[in-house]
Design a protein around this ligand. Structure first.
Ligand SMILES: [Ca+2]
Ligand SMILES: [Ca+2]
Ligand SMILES: [Ca+2]
Length: 174
């Protein structure tokens, strides 16, 4: 999978209503959806942190500040530097919302809740979990989670990143 194809998968996940652009509302709903799924209140410190980082990320992504992000805007922005400085903190904060027992790792139940709340296909949650849980201990650490998404976004074509966003692996051309 090349980098543009990888970006299309991420963009499709962000564009929750499928109208071809990501609105600010759509983007900010991600934090709200994870908080709701995990039963966290809006004034929970972890939720406030995730929302603050999300707002910062949105300001960076919506280059022309019209409240919408097109695919061109997204793909021009996305990359290793944007991931490290902007995306990773947001994704880490969302991970922390899903990490109900706060042990720094997600089990299958927590992982599935996070994926579903973030509009990833729920159908292959177990396959994605297995791809990410490389040592097979039934947990996915925060670092491994972020590293796998990073590999996907920067176009390293990691099978873990592919499993994170995609439909069953067999549907995706190598
Ligand atoms: Ca949309
Ligand atoms: Ca825009
Ligand atoms: Ca946990």
């Amino acid at each position: 999978m090349d980098q543009t194809a990888a970006h299309r998968l991420v963009f499709a996940m962000l564009d929750a209503d499928g109208d071809g652009t990501v609105s600010r509302e759509e983007y900010m709903a991600r934090t709200r959806n994870v908080a709701l799924a995990m039963g966290l209140k809006e004034d929970d410190q972890l939720v406030i942190t995730a929302r603050t980082l999300g707002e910062r990320a949105w300001a960076s992504m919506d280059a022309d500040r019209d409240g919408k992000m097109t695919f061109d805007e997204y793909t021009a922005w996305a990359g290793a530097e944007a991931f490290d400085t902007v995306c990773a903190p947001v994704l880490g904060a969302l991970f922390d919302l899903a990490d109900a027992d706060q042990d720094g790792a997600l089990d299958l139940c927590e992982f599935t809740a996070l994926r579903t709340a973030l509009n990833n296909p729920a159908t292959n949650a177990e396959a994605a979990f297995a791809a990410l849980d490389t040592n097979g201990d039934g947990r996915i650490s925060r670092d491994d989670y972020l590293a796998s998404i990073r590999a996907h976004v920067v176009g390293e074509g990691s099978p873990m990143g592919r499993a994170l966003y995609s439909r069953p692996l067999s549907d995706i051309p190598a």
